[in-house]
Design a protein around this ligand. Structure first.
Ligand code: LCS
Length: 393
């Protein structure tokens, strides 16, 4: 049969009537362990000679997890995957499975605050060398690749500055150095960006965001080739970074409408970005779909849509931004992102507060930066809310 389109895969990929009773919807296998037919079967499952489930922490966890992995593999165009308790667990899992003492990790300089924290505070304690590099500058990337560079970590668009880096160019440079490239695709989602097709070895998501879509779960997922995923399995099993069955089920349910939600997030994102850019009280806007975005050309090449995340500065700086956040009524003043409703927050004092001030300022996470996760409400209502709040600033 002809390869199915993205929206059809969101609905159907990985879904099969349940073999036990024919349930149409994937059941939640809320179990920690599985019964073997006999001792020989148990032994051959643990030896990896027979496929099947053994224990909830051990891959493939439960049949609910398998459906989620199959769906995400189809959406990202990979071969296999692992699920995790959070997005940070996915990043921890891949870092621990790839890196050892003496290795070098090259990371995008602008990343989610806890990713920065994990790379600087934890990995360096184990003798791993970490460089944060402006990955929008290819020469800078080339200059910072070293003989011992084992992993290149890209976040694009980056949280919260919305910097976009050239995935195809950087993954090729990394490959030439014998390094493995990992892309955090949380902001763009599989709908708008396909890192594996652009040369990445693995792609990961915080499922907490657009995959779940409703701000009611925590989760992570990582997709790659079968070989890459198999090599990670011992670390995933032994660290217990496991996703819970109910969370896997919520992710499956969320993914069935990913294409509809992302289409609306993107339409709204563009409208709100244009509204803000034209507003007299706004000093700057960063949205990859705006021609004024410094990497708009690359964004157009590697993304098929620009999503629902944007950042901006209010004229009057941090104090004005704070007033805006305190006066919105429809938008929620909350961290996280990718929910059906619009969320507004202040990275310098919230999501990225742990990054040293001089690093924040140097990388553009300035005190006046306000981040908006544009939801799927009607755009006129989001605009009206921002407009009334800006009037009071
Ligand atoms: N990657 C990106 C790009 C993120 O934005 C986040 C969380 C993570 C990974 C980690 O995912 P988690 O462990 O939370 O599932 N970003 C957040 C944010 O901007 N506000 O709150 C969480």
């Amino acid at each position: 049969m002809k390869k199915k389109k993205f929206g059809t895969l969101c609905v159907h990929a990985g879904e099969h009537p349940d073999p036990a009773f024919g349930a149409h919807t994937t059941p939640i296998y809320q179990t920690s362990t599985f019964v073997f037919d006999n001792a020989e079967q148990g032994a051959s499952r643990f030896a990896g000679q027979e496929e099947g489930y053994t224990y909830g922490r051990l891959v493939p966890n439960t049949p609910t997890h398998s459906v989620l992995v199959e769906k995400m593999v189809a959406l990202e165009g990979g071969e296999a995957g692992h699920t995790f308790s959070t997005g940070m667990a996915a990043i921890t899992g891949v870092a621990l499975s790839l890196l050892k003492q003496g290795d070098h990790l090259l990371s995008t300089d602008v990343v989610y605050g806890c990713t920065y924290g994990l790379f600087t505070s934890l990995l360096t304690r184990f003798g791993i060398e970490v460089s944060f590099v402006d990955t929008t500058d290819l020469e800078e990337v080339q200059r910072n690749l070293k003989k011992n560079t084992r992993m290149v970590f890209l976040e694009t668009p980056a949280n919260p500055t919305m910097n976009v880096c050239d995935i195809a160019a950087i993954t090729k440079m990394a490959k030439d150095f014998g390094a493995v490239s990992i892309v955090d695709n949380t902001f763009a989602t599989s709908m708008f960006q396909k890192p594996l097709q652009l040369g990445a070895d693995a792609v990961l998501h915080s499922c907490t965001k657009y995959i779940g879509g409703h701000a009611d779960l925590l989760g992570g997922v990582l997709i790659g080739s079968s070989e890459f995923i198999d090599n990670m399995t011992p670390v995933v099993n032994d660290t217990g970074l496991t996703m819970a069955p109910y969370e896997a089920w919520l992710c499956i349910r969320g993914l069935k409408t990913l294409h509809l939600r992302m289409a609306k997030h993107a339409v709204n994102g563009m409208k709100i970005a244009e509204f803000l850019e034209a507003h007299r009280k706004i000093s700057w806007v960063r949205y990859p779909g705006l021609p004024s975005h410094p990497q708009h050309t690359i964004a157009k090449q590697q993304m098929s849509g620009f999503g629902g995340m944007l950042s901006f500065g209010v004229a009057g700086g941090m104090e004005a931004g704070r007033k805006l956040m305190n006066r919105v009524e429809l938008c929620s003043l909350a961290v996280s992102l990718g929910a059906v409703d619009t969320l507004i927050q202040h990275p310098a004092s919230m999501t990225h507060a742990d990054i040293p001030e001089e690093v924040r300022i140097k990388t553009g996470i300035t005190d006046d930066l306000v981040r908006l996760s544009v939801g799927i409400e009607e755009p006129e209502d989001i605009i009206a809310d921002l407009d009334q709040a800006l009037e009071k600033v």
